[in-house]
Ligand binder design. Structure first.
Ligand SMILES: Cc1cc2nc3c(=O)[nH]c(=O)nc-3n(C[C@H](O)[C@H](O)[C@H](O)COP(=O)(O)OP(=O)(O)OC[C@H]3O[C@@H](n4cnc5c(N)ncnc54)[C@H](O)[C@@H]3O)c2cc1C
Length: 609
């Protein structure tokens, strides 16, 4: 457990009372970070958005992508994370988060660029040796070479470590000979360098840096996709491909470290990146709904309550993901700043920091992608029939956003990871979940115990109490699931069937808890910094997010507990009585709050905090 002055540990929000320590919020972004984000936005508005047709359709796609990435490289947009000694800018995660969301205005380019700077470049940065970093990073930082990440195979998607691609050492010991095929590789059509995963001697899962020009490497045709049509997705075939032994990345048999480590980062980047698109869709919808654009019944459609409700819901959900994203970026950046840059294992330590916060990264990926889906779906609805017509960008975005729930680990796999990681940390003593649950279960039964005692909130105490209610319900549900399934849960097939139903419900509760805690903390900080009046909209957004979060948790708790009780009425009643002790809804006029949020969006024609 963390105290006021310690940095919270990964997933600490489940174990600790609502966070009192300040968190990183986007309002704290440095001028440099904001300037960099603005440069990214201007680049996309100038070089990408006016030329979408070149990316989307036909033969020009690869050429357009290469040209765009070279220009992005010339502008310094590809070098933000690469340390200065390898030709980059070495900026922290809060700044790169700002850049990621600002460039995310057109799905295809977002995927291309974030693939290159993220899962393309970062394996080498975090897990490559000095030779590999010197050889590749300076070229990747400038865009001279472009990168891709090749893990998925035809029969191994979610079960990625089951890869069948083989690597065998050549007789002279100078090369590994790779055979196999990777599918669905983003940037495949033009990447110069691939991180490829293969099993040495069919057994030891290992990472290799493979250049397109190596003998035996060939690239397949472009996939015809439902969305992100302007991005490149191909197979990469390895037929007796000769990879120099110097290009083994990390140790033989330890490829899982980079394969999974890089996905933590990729998930974080995806979740925060899609917020850029979601904010754009709020602005586009508000502009369309306003007076001059669209009138029905002689009134602008922005005057109708159901349209206003949509705008408010879009904003409250974006506020939640934005708050979680920057909070996590701040936590990771702070942890990285405490590492010794001169230590030979520095880059690997950075990857370990991401691993510490992998629960947060998965949450951001899931809620980010699902929020983007919600926002874009509602944006289409605001546009009515026109939203279904390709001329309007909402139609394209509707197709483009769909992939976000599938790649970087499907949302099912990410949900599975949440309780599974907590379970692992609980069993290894890293997180004292069970002792805390046992204590809580005792207090819940004690009618005289005040479950909310000791909550110290100078601002927004009712919202803090709601967060605590959700934390207690989540802890209770998690502990009960473990207690009732202690034997089965340790068997590998627990998550087949019913066990996975339980895990999904727990995951949804954990996700809402982190979202609620993040929005309330941000709103508290804005009240403290700017006063009640100026922070009123942030408080409204946080209140709506909390109300919706409480509803989700309440519903998931009830369904989960009926399953755990196996339908036993007495047990169900016991869990319901426990919920009645823990549940708390702050009194609020949810409809009035939404109306005030919507009024601001309609007036300013954009997402407003
Ligand atoms: C456009 C695009 C770009 C991509 N880019 C890349 C890339 O650059 N590099 C790369 O390596 N890969 C890439 N991928 C692959 C992508 O990561 C995989 O498609 C994804 O991981 C899912 O694997 P799969 O398609 O085999 O689905 P499957 O694993 O077969 O899953 C099918 C369904 O079953 C569910 N499922 C699977 N296992 C479980 C479980 N244990 N519990 C519950 N549900 C489960 C899944 O969530 C999904 O709903 C890309 C894919 C696409 C479409």
């Amino acid at each position: 457990m963390s105290n006021q002055h310690e940095r919270p540990k990964g997933a600490g929000f489940i174990l600790d009372k609502p966070c009192q320590k300040d968190i990183f919020i986007p309002e704290l972004l440095s001028e440099d970070a904001l300037a960099f984000g603005q440069a990214g936005l201007e680049f996309v508005e100038r070089e990408i958005l006016p030329h979408v047709e070149k990316f989307e359709w036909g033969e020009t796609k690869i050429k357009a992508n290469i040209e765009a990435m070279k220009k992005a490289g010339d502008q310094g947009l590809l070098m933000v994370e690469v340390p200065e000694e390898y030709g980059g800018l070495g900026m922290g995660l809060t700044a790169t988060t700002c850049l990621s969301e600002k460039v995310a205005q057109y799905g295809s380019f977002t995927v291309t660029m974030l693939c290159h700077t993220g899962i393309g470049t970062l394996p080498i940065l975090f897990f490559g040796n000095e030779y590999q970093k010197q050889r590749y990073l300076p070229k990747l930082a400038t865009g001279e070479w472009l990168a891709a990440y090749a893990l998925t195979e035809a029969n191994h998607g979610s079960d990625a470590l089951g890869a069948k691609t083989r690597a065998v050492l050549s007789e002279d010991g100078k090369h590994y000979i790779l055979n196999g095929e990777k599918i669905f590789i983003t940037n495949g059509g033009f990447a110069d360098v691939f991180t490829v995963y293969a099993k040495v001697d069919g057994q030891h899962f290992t990472a290799f840096i493979v250049e397109k020009s190596f003998p035996g490497v060939s690239i397949g045709a472009e996939e015809h996709k439902m969305g992100i049509k302007g991005s490149s997705t191909t197979t990469i075939r390895l037929e007796d491909a000769l990879v120099p032994v110097e290009n083994v990345m990390g140790e033989i048999g330890e490829g899982h470290k980079s394969a999974l480590g890089v996905l933590d980062i990729g998930r974080f980047k995806l979740g925060v990146g899609v917020m850029g698109m979601a904010k754009r869709m709020i602005a586009v919808s508000a502009a369309y709904a306003n007076e001059n654009e669209r009138q029905q019944f002689k009134k602008p459609i922005s005057s109708f309550g159901m349209i206003r409700r949509k705008l408010a819901d879009m904003a409250a959900k974006v506020f939640a993901v934005e708050s979680m994203g920057y909070r996590t970026a701040g936590l990771i950046e702070e942890a990285v700043e405490h590492l010794d840059k001169n230590d030979a294992g520095y880059a690997t330590q950075v990857a370990k920091v991401f691993e510490e916060y992998n629960v947060e990264c998965s949450i951001i990926k899931v809620l980010g992608s699902e929020t983007a889906a919600f926002v874009i779906d509602e944006a289409v609805q605001v546009h009515g029939g026109y939203g279904f017509i390709e001329e309007y960008e909402v139609a394209r975005n509707y197709r483009d956003e769909r992939i976000n729930r599938i790649f970087e680990g499907t949302n099912e796999i990410n949900r599975l990871l949440l309780p599974a990681t907590l379970l692992k940390r609980s069993m290894t003593g890293r997180a004292p979940v069970m002792p805390m649950y046992m204590k809580l279960a005792g207090r819940v039964k004690d009618a005289g115990a005040d479950l909310f005692e000791g909550l110290d909130a100078p601002f927004l105490p009712d919202l803090v109490k709601m967060v605590e209610a959700v934390r207690l319900m989540t802890l209770y549900a998690f502990g009960t699931t473990l207690r009732k399934n202690m034997v089965q849960i340790q068997k590998p097939d627990f998550v087949m069937g019913k066990g996975e139903y339980f895990f999904e419900k727990l995951a949804n509760m954990i996700i809402q808890l982190f979202a609620m805690e993040s929005v309330v903390k941000r709103a508290q900080m804005l009240v403290a910094r700017n006063g009640q009046e100026k922070a009123a909209n942030a408080v409204s957004l946080a209140s709506v997010a909390c109300y919706d979060g409480m509803n989700v948790v309440d519903c998931e708790y009830r369904t989960l507990m009926t399953g755990i009780a196996g339908g036993n009425p007495a047990e169900i009643a016991e869990h319901e009585a426990a919920a009645a002790r823990m549940r708390y809804y702050a009194p609020m006029d949810v409809i009035g709050l939404k109306e005030s949020i919507a009024a601001l969006i309609v007036d300013r024609q954009r997402y407003v905090v």
